[in-house]
Design a protein around this ligand. Structure first.
Ligand code: GTP
Ligand code: MG
Length: 455
């Protein structure tokens, strides 16, 4: 499918760079290039061959020396005719080149419009199109690896397999409803077996997706504990910078402080909170309330205790407060104590704990390893491809799961096949929303709104 008009945009980031690219896609792409490009050596454009030359304005002024390439569809990014002009990376020359292209009839591309065309022309499915953005934005190796896996279609393949099973199930049910004389009803046992298989698979995918979300959005690591135990110092040690204010006055941190770091290839958002204690100070009280909220939203909680001081009831209160989330006991200030003290603390809490010193950085590597381990359940941190990372995909999987559960319930309740098949159909539609097999403009607008122009 060719979409009428020709679009153009500067495809590289604004600002100065060694080179910058103007990208043109559509039926006029080649003709436009031919009118503004003067090759250094004689000879016409050869598909997929870079040519050195100049961009020349109609009045004869040389705008920039460039490399230009013509990529005829369908073997191009958008499957349309595409031209890319590599000029010098300043904003002004690129702007001039783009203006010439637009003057010749191209229209400025919207955000992500090249990728949107790639999707509409069947070159990418929606998962892959979204992965393009993730590859661009990836903050860590693991995030990049997951995004590349998606781009290569691994998630699409996994989703596609589930979809085929779901479609098979629906087909069998629909045939039995539509042709009751020719086709035998699939028995409830058979239906339940297939549904259970699919539900199990969906549950596994959702679990993977939860971890995938961490790759994309960052693990929320919340540091909490009594005042003055060294929470802010720990944040600074994790981010290797003096980010949060540290003093020996209890109650220093009033508001949550957040920083992004890379822990063993995982993007981690470290969040420091106000020390939890009974307080009359209004500002501090708000901070403590906020800390409790943050604990609820954490992926992992670090409960910090100061081992240079006797443990108090308040330490246990914080530990209990965090019991709803995966938590690690961090015994801080080990530089001030002897080994036996640590064993006592371990005994009191009866959990695996890490001993660290935010001041000397002793034990910090162990703490980081423990956090990474909690996320991957002891498995490798990098190179996990084919993982679902987007919140949109997770929501679609959850919706599919819900409809399939309803379908299963209606089989168990002995409801007629046509009612059950309706739920299976809805489950299938939810699944199709992931790869964009059924995608309306609204969905596409939402997906591509985050893209930059020129991608
Ligand atoms: N010796 C030693 N002192 C530490 C260590 N970590 C923190 N401290 C000191 O403990 C005091 C409190 O540190 P903070 O990081 O401000 O503690 P906090 O838990 O953020 O305190 P609030 O924000 O008041 O709740 C400071 O004087 C730090 O220098 C450590 O590992 N060893
Ligand atoms: Mg603090």
């Amino acid at each position: 499918m060719v979409l009428g008009d020709t679009i153009a945009a500067i495809a590289t980031a604004p600002g100065e760079g060694a080179i910058g690219v103007v990208r043109v896609s559509g039926p006029e792409a080649r003709a436009i290039l031919q009118r503004i490009f003067r090759p250094r050596r004689p000879g016409g454009l050869v598909a997929f061959r870079m040519r050195l030359g100049e961009i020349v304005a109609p009045e004869g002024e040389v705008v920039d020396e460039v490399l230009a390439v013509f990529m005829p569809g369908p073997a191009s990014y958008t499957r349309e005719d595409v031209v890319e002009i590599q000029g010098h990376g300043g904003w002004l020359p690129l702007r001039r080149i783009l203006e010439l292209v637009l003057a010749l009839g191209a229209r400025p591309a919207g955000p992500g419009e090249f990728t949107r065309r790639a999707f509409l022309n069947g070159r990418l499915d929606l998962v892959q199109a979204e992965a393009v953005l993730d590859v661009v934005r990836a903050k860590t190796e693991a995030g990049l690896s997951a995004a590349v896996g998606q781009l290569e279609g691994r998630v699409s393949q996994r989703v596609g397999e589930s979809r085929d099973r779901l479609l098979g199930l629906l087909a069998a049910m629909t045939a039995a409803v539509d042709f009751p004389d020719e086709v035998m009803d699939p028995g409830p046992q058979e239906l339940l077996r297939e549904m259970d298989f699919l539900l199990e698979r969906l549950a596994a995918d959702l679990e993977e997706a939860r971890r995938g979300g961490i790759l994309r959005e960052g693990l929320r690591l919340v540091i909490c504990g009594k005042p003055n135990v060294g929470k802010s110092s720990l944040l600074n040690a994790l981010v290797r910078a003096e980010r949060a204010i540290v003093t020996d006055v209890p109650g220093t941190t009033r508001d949550a402080v957040e920083e992004m770091v890379n822990v063993g290839g995982l993007p981690v958002r470290v969040i420091d909170t106000a020390g939890v204690r009974e307080t009359q100070d209004a500002v501090e009280m708000i901070g403590v309330g906020r800390a409790q909220e943050l604990i609820q939203q954490a992926d992992v909680v670090l409960v910090v205790v100061d081992v240079s001081q006797p443990l108090e009831a308040a330490d246990h209160r914080v530990w209990l407060l965090a019991s709803c989330r995966p938590r690690v006991l961090v015994m801080n200030k080990v530089d001030l104590v002897e080994g036996p003290v640590l064993d006592q603390v371990r005994e009191v809490f009866g959990v695996p704990a890490v001993a660290v010193s935010a001041r000397t950085r002793a034990g910090m590597a162990d703490l980081e390893a423990m956090v990474a381990e909690m996320v991957w359940g002891g498995k490798v941190a990098v190179g996990r491809q084919g993982i679902i990372t987007s919140a949109r995909h997770r929501a679609a999987l959850a919706k599919c799961q819900e409809h399939l559960r309803h379908a299963r319930d209606s089989v168990v309740a002995g409801l007629p096949l046509d009612i059950t098949s309706l739920e299976v159909k809805l489950a299938l539609e939810a699944m199709d929303g992931i790869t964009g097999a059924v995608a309306d403009d609204e969905l596409l607008d939402r997906v591509f709104a985050d893209f930059c122009v020129g991608k």
